[in-house]
Design a protein around this ligand. Sequence first.
Ligand SMILES: Cc1cc2nc3c(=O)[nH]c(=O)nc-3n(C[C@H](O)[C@H](O)[C@H](O)COP(=O)(O)OP(=O)(O)OC[C@H]3O[C@@H](n4cnc5c(N)ncnc54)[C@H](O)[C@@H]3O)c2cc1C
Length: 385
Amino acid sequence: MDFELSEEHQAIRETARRFVEKELPRSLILAWVREKVEPPRQLFRKLGELGMYGFLLPAKYSGLERADPIGMIAFVEQLARCSAALTTAYGRAAVILGPLVASAANKEQKDKVLPKVIAGETFMALGLTEAGSGSDAASLRTRALKQADGSYVINGEKMFCTQAQSAGFMILAARTDPEAIKQEGISLFLVEDPGANPAIEINRIETMGMAMVPTFAVNFRDLKLPASALIGKENQGWKYMLHGLDNERLYHGAIGVGASQGIIDEVIPYLKQRVQFGKPLSKLQSVRHKIVDMQMRVEAARLLTYRGAAVLAKTGSCHNEASYAKVAGAECYMHCAYTGLHLMGGLGYCVDSGLPMHFQDAKLFEIGGGAMEVQRDIIARGLGL
Ligand SMILES: Cc1cc2nc3c(=O)[nH]c(=O)nc-3n(C[C@H](O)[C@H](O)[C@H](O)COP(=O)(O)OP(=O)(O)OC[C@H]3O[C@@H](n4cnc5c(N)ncnc54)[C@H](O)[C@@H]3O)c2cc1C
């Protein structure tokens, strides 16, 4: 058992660390948060040039001969130090939906989507959640009605479709067989340029955090899709989706780890120089112990996340391990954002400290991509409960 990253993975971590240091100063991140705007595409193109979109994509599309989930996690951990929200703009294409297209879509669809993903040229959006189906996502009701010529007409409403306005591609989950068991009547469709389609109405939802990755309510009114928009086989969509959701849970673990470590690395120097009652706050036992507890949670979440990545690299799936990583990472992030802000006192409460951004973003990871209870249920099933 080797707990060290390989030289190659250390190099990835170092590249990511330098990228964050050079391109993503806190002032810039906080400006995007304040203005509620997405980071510029140019930033993601630079990540594409550095090869950071290829970890889970095939060599044929300039990815790798063999998927490298550990490399992906090493990269995500560093990127998330500056902003969890920004990391999701990368991950939705590089970790969740790009790999889903690579594994389930046909050649024409892959040729269209994957070169843009690998170059960091496009955002991607996932249309899964609806007002009536969140945790129970397979109960979705958006309908894809097959026409005599093989094309489809889509009607329905999606909720929380993040980056739907700016995404080059949306992966849309819709019901193609209302008579089948719920998971077996769902198909996936590739919707190009959803923000420019007159049959798709997109309205921003105001959220507590994650301000630089806007999320939307999306209505489909008689959206016509050609037969060629179907991803994989009809009614097999849920199966394809599960693979993407496992990837999502795993990398949410890495986001939690990276963002939490970023907080700790900000708070420690502050506590060492902040003098109250004649000595640095870092010398007060109750303060030191809080920091130790934060770091212990990070170490535990990091181990679970890398274990999940190692299992994925070895076996091609990580269903249970991804849930362990997600719970540990998300709860660690929430704890570190709360405690880190508290330990910095009034300064932590100020927007410029960056802690309010973390405080607001962290909660999403305990809800989005499967709430903590849902993850614990997956783990419980794995334990035979
Ligand atoms: C900012 C944001 C961005 C998002 N982006 C996307 C996106 O891009 N695409 C997309 O498709 N979706 C997206 N989502 C949706 C997200 O995945 C859902 O919010 C999540 O799956 C939870 O569903 P829900 O909100 O309907 O909560 P509900 O399912 O109504 O659950 C509410 C609460 O009930 C409890 N609960 C639920 N199920 C169980 C259970 N089995 N056992 C015990 N307790 C339970 C939990 O405490 C949970 O938090 C986003 C959400 C947010 C807030």
